[in-house]
Design a binder for this molecule. Structure first.
Ligand code: C2E
Ligand code: MG
Ligand code: MG
Ligand code: MG
Length: 281
């Protein structure tokens, strides 16, 4: 299924399961060069803080501007990049790009915006990942407190011990940590108390069915996640908010931040700069 990506960009939005094996082979062969050729780009999607209606954070989301296919979604190549190990180079590129951009916003006098960067388990497993993050912060000049790293709950599953150690070191740098796609990946919540985490991001699948009716499993799960996260001292972000009814529900139940098409789609850096400028004015 195709999804609108905003702007005049050609649509190419299929997950890797749906992409034909021919397309997949083509992408796989070309992904290696994509980074060198400057075809990878970082888009930004803002988050809205509900208590103040302020834009205090953005998520960095990579796209591949493919000469033939147009804008390729990360769903079509991140899995591939994880299989081949290319995710390390791609991940480092996104991290550096996002930190440099957030520093530019900060030094350009726009409100301080925290940037969230998705990371893959393979990056965390690199022996030098913490040093890499420290180096990127030093190079770009971004204060560590303005960087947040997101790891999906499903990648965490079998690796809580290893992740906990790396997370402690990242926390030591002053970086914030988030569990992404929360509620879909793991059967036990017990791990949360062993991990230094600041934020949980409720997976979009729960948000999708939210009405203002308060009934239904997704509403119950969403309320439970918010209560549980708050009682552990964590902030809660809801992803995939597309409708006012979903926003109203989340606001009523004390969710801290929302992210979704209702507020803004992920946009190019320049468009994000304009959005920040407009809100500062
Ligand atoms: P994610 O980190 O959970 O990011 C949220 C995804 O939901 C994004 O998809 C975003 O465009 C989409 N989204 C946001 N609001 C809405 C909404 O209201 N409705 C709907 N239907 N979707 C919404 P995107 O950009 O296609 O990224 C997909 C996934 O690819 C991300 O999910 C993340 O897991 C991964 N990804 C993206 N960039 C990177 C990266 O630099 N590194 C790694 N390792 N993974 C990345
Ligand atoms: Mg994310
Ligand atoms: Mg997510
Ligand atoms: Mg996701």
């Amino acid at each position: 299924h195709a999804k609108q990506l905003g702007g005049n960009n050609v649509q190419f939005y299929r997950d890797s399961l749906q992409a034909s094996s021919r397309e997949r082979l083509l992408l796989e062969a070309q992904l290696d060069k994509a980074l060198d050729k400057g075809q990878l780009e970082v888009f930004y999607q803002p988050k809205l803080t509900l208590s103040s209606d302020r834009l205090l954070g953005v998520e960095a989301l990579v796209r591949w501007r493919h000469p033939q296919f147009g804008l390729v979604s990360p769903a079509s190549f991140i899995g591939l990049a994880e299989e081949t190990g290319q995710i390390r180079g791609i991940g480092e590129f996104v991290l550096r790009q996002a930190c440099a951009q957030a520093h530019a916003w900060q030094s350009g006098g726009l409100a301080e915006v925290r940037v969230s960067v998705n990371i893959a388990m393979q990056q965390l497993r690199q022996g030098d990942f913490v040093a890499q993050v420290a180096a990127v912060l030093a190079e770009t000049g971004l204060p560590a407190a303005l960087l947040e790293l997101e790891l999906t709950e499903s990648q965490l599953s079998d690796n809580v011990e290893d992740v906990a150690e790396v997370f402690r070191q990242l926390r030591g740098l002053g970086v914030r940590l988030a569990i992404d796609d929360f509620g879909t990946g793991y059967s036990s919540l017990g791990y949360l108390k062993h991990l230094p985490v600041d934020v949980v991001k409720i997976d979009q699948t729960f948000i999708r069915e939210l009405g203002s009716s308060e009934t239904g499993g997704d509403a119950a799960i969403t309320r439970a996640i918010i209560v549980m996260a708050h009682s552990l001292g964590l902030e809660v972000v809801a992803e995939g908010v597309e409708e006012v009814a979903q926003l109203d529900f989340l606001r009523a139940h004390g969710c801290d931040e929302i992210q979704g098409y209702l507020f803004s789609r992920p946009v190019e850096a320049q468009a994000m700069t304009e959005l920040l400028r407009a809100r500062a004015a």
